[in-house]
Design a protein around this ligand. Structure first.
Ligand code: WT7
Length: 651
């Protein structure tokens, strides 16, 4: 990490836009100028590209930390993502091109998508779902996931998508927190050749979810109905998706929603053991994701846009479903793993469907690098014209590899910084306008105000510090579901009046942003956000564990890996079996993504006099450095220093 960081900070390469790209690009310098002149007018202009049922009265009402965007306006998100494309040439255009991991394929034109969304919306209404009710979605990456989300949006129900890799317990907690009344799941999903039995996990979760009245089950497995191993249907509660939709009307009126009505809740990890239900609303969110999709990805009608994120993360919400469909784009969707059955699966897909814009994560790019350039080289990737990166800092080496071996040294790269909380992209180059530097997310999107501050909140022109957002933006989270006090405390109290993102960053002499990573107790494991406290709570929940401390350790592919320090209760032995047992326990409580890589048994955990665990010391141990000795490192790491400053101020 330290050598990577010093490379990052001394990176001198520059990639100015080519005249050919700039000429045809949506983005122009004028867009930045306009937003500087009048930020709210800029956002209003973006909002006007959407179809509104009723115009708004004010662009922004801001009583910190609560924003209301486009107040008084009414619109429907599903009508914007589907219906408005049905009257013109897009009616028969592919909206979703999907490939399952086993190789099955489906294409939905906008017309067909509209029919399916309509049927699903009617079916949900038939089950008694009303405007404002919460619907949990626990599905693999299949078209039904997007259809279910849009169906909720159509009738004004609030969806809460739970990533299919989360455990039954994680699902249960999320359902209960939002008191969801309906759960939409599947008999299974394919991953690396085997079936993830989602309905079985769901049944386990539902033993303790009193609010759930109905479960809708997609039949993903061929001939799956009646296959008791994957889905036992409970009479009266459980319904097969295909049967319900068969009987449902394909037309269902789109509910007029206020701009500030809730669109979805998405749970994300924070610094406590309990995930936060991030609340996003209708008009501002759609404006933000539609505008960023258009300008950051330079999306045109002919494009095939593939954002490889799972629908269970915000990237899937904003850039698989809402952003691209609001733009009438063709979306590529793939169910499974990048190395199944071979390590060239992504490139096969790009070639087969003529993918033009690819948006993926550094952790995947680093894996492709490791697997070798021969895999992409076997396929025709000449249709690609733009590449994107998201989820974690991208090291310059991976950036350059991506550019060369995937982008043929021809495609601009957009490294996009944002968060579940921001709803849409915040810091990014606009292709055709901004010169890129490998490893830098460059500059804020027009209309976004980011500032660098020191530990006291003093604004810095450049150098290292903390990333804060100083003005509200349309896609911002509105609150934490059911816990507004936590919303104020988590995001707005550290630097009063400003949103604190939790990231350390550097701004260089050109005003470019280099995002360095989290300075709070949130880990980024393979682009997935995991709270150290969540893993600690899962560990101490095990009967043999007295105390646990979790830290992130640098990892070549995953960025960070989870290392846990565990003190066992008397009478329990620190054995290899215990180690496996504890790893399994965490996977069962949270999901496989949170399974610790290393578990260190220790008689005591190192603490300060005030009782705070000395995480810095634990990170040194986990990363194999001599205790407290940083002299062996070329650069002890900017993030580590920032984190120490942050932690010292906090305690
Ligand atoms: C955290 C947010 C938003 C998409 C997926 C992650 C890190 C995200 C970048 C980037 C450096 C990045 C930050 C951020 N992050 N994008 N381009 N460069 N770091 O969403 O789970 O809410 O995580 O991911 O640390 O705070 P998320």
């Amino acid at each position: 990490m330290s050598s990577q960081l010093s490379t990052l900070l001394s990176e001198q390469r520059r990639f100015p836009p080519t005249p050919e790209f700039a000429e045809g690009a949506h983005a122009t310098q004028a867009l930045y100028d306009e937003a500087v002149r009048d930020r709210l007018a800029f956002w209003a202009e973006q909002a006007r590209t959407l179809t509104w049922i009723h115009p708004w009265q004010s662009v922004l009402e801001w009583t910190a930390p609560h924003a209301r965007w486009f107040s008084g306006g009414q619109l429907n998100v599903a009508a914007n993502c589907v219906d408005r494309h049905l009257s013109g040439a897009r009616r028969n255009k592919a909206a979703i091109i999907w490939e399952g991991e086993p190789g099955d394929r489906r294409v939905y034109t906008y017309w067909e998508l509209g029919q399916e969304v309509g049927r699903c919306a009617s079916a949900l209404k038939g089950l008694g779902v009303q405007k404002g009710d919460r619907v949990a979605i626990y599905l693999p990456m299949i078209p039904e996931a997007a259809i279910a989300m849009l169906a909720c949006a159509r009738i004004g129900a609030v969806h809460s998508v739970v990533f299919g890799g989360f455990s039954a317990e994680a699902l249960r907690d999320r359902i209960n927190d939002a008191e969801c009344t309906v759960l939409i799941t599947a008999d299974g999903g394919y991953r690396r050749g085997s079936v993830l039995p989602l309905k079985r996990f769901a049944d386990e979760a539902l033993t303790d979810c009193p609010s759930i009245r109905h479960v809708v089950v997609v039949r993903r497995r061929p001939g799956g109905e009646g296959d008791e191993a994957f889905a036992t249907m409970r009479e009266g509660r459980d319904h097969w998706w295909h049967r319900l939709l068969e009987q449902a009307a394909p037309t269902c009126p789109a509910e007029p929603m206020d701009a500030e009505d809730m669109l979805f809740i998405l749970y994300t990890s924070g610094t406590t053991g309990k995930p936060k239900g991030i609340v996003h609303t209708t008009g501002g969110y759609l404006t933000h994701v539609a505008a960023t999709t258009k300008y950051v990805f330079d999306l045109k009608d002919e494009d095939v846009f593939w954002c490889t994120a799972d629908i269970g993360w915000v990237t899937g919400h904003s850039y698989v479903v809402y952003g691209p469909l609001a733009n009438g784009a063709t979306v590529m969707m793939y169910e499974g793993a990048p190395d199944w059955p071979e390590r060239d699966r992504f490139w096969k897909i790009c070639a087969r469907y003529g993918v033009t814009v690819l948006y993926t994560a550094p952790t995947a790019i680093r894996a492709f690098m490791k697997w070798g350039p021969e895999h992409p080289a076997r396929h025709d990737l000449s249709q690609l014209r733009l590449l994107g990166s998201v989820g974690e800092p991208i090291n310059p080496e991976a950036w350059i590899w991506y550019r060369e071996h995937i982008g043929g040294n021809r495609c601009p790269i957009v490294d996009t910084w944002w968060q579940t909380e921001t709803g849409g992209i915040m810091i990014t180059p606009l292709p055709g306008v901004v010169t890129t530097k490998p490893g830098s997310a460059t500059i804020p999107f027009p209309g976004i105000s980011a500032k660098l501050v020191d530990v006291h909140g003093t604004v810095l022109e450049k150098g290292g510090g903390f990333l804060v957002l100083t003005e509200p933006w349309p896609g911002m989270l509105r609150t934490i579901y059911g816990d507004d006090a936590r919303y104020r405390e988590t995001y707005w109290s550290r630097f009063p009046g400003r949103y604190f993102a939790g990231d350390g960053a550097k701004v260089d002499d050109d005003g470019y942003w280099w995002i360095l990573g989290r300075v709070d107790d949130v880990l980024n494991v393979a682009g997935h956000r995991i709270g150290t406290m969540e893993v600690e709570s899962a560990l101490v929940d095990h009967p043999a564990v007295a105390e646990a401390a979790v830290v992130g350790k640098a990892h070549d592919l995953k960025g960070q890996a989870i290392a846990a320090f565990v003190t066992l209760k008397d009478g329990h032995a620190a054995t290899a079996e215990m180690r496996d047992d504890l790893k399994e326990h965490v996977a069962k409580k949270i999901g496989a993504i949170a399974r610790p890589d290393d578990i260190f048994f220790s008689a005591d955990l190192p603490k300060t006099r005030s009782g705070k665990i000395m995480r810095r010391l634990l990170r040194d141990i986990a990363e194999g450095r001599a205790l407290g000795d940083t002299t062996t490192l070329a650069d002890p790491g900017v993030v580590a220093r920032l984190r120490e400053m942050y932690e010292a101020e906090e305690s």
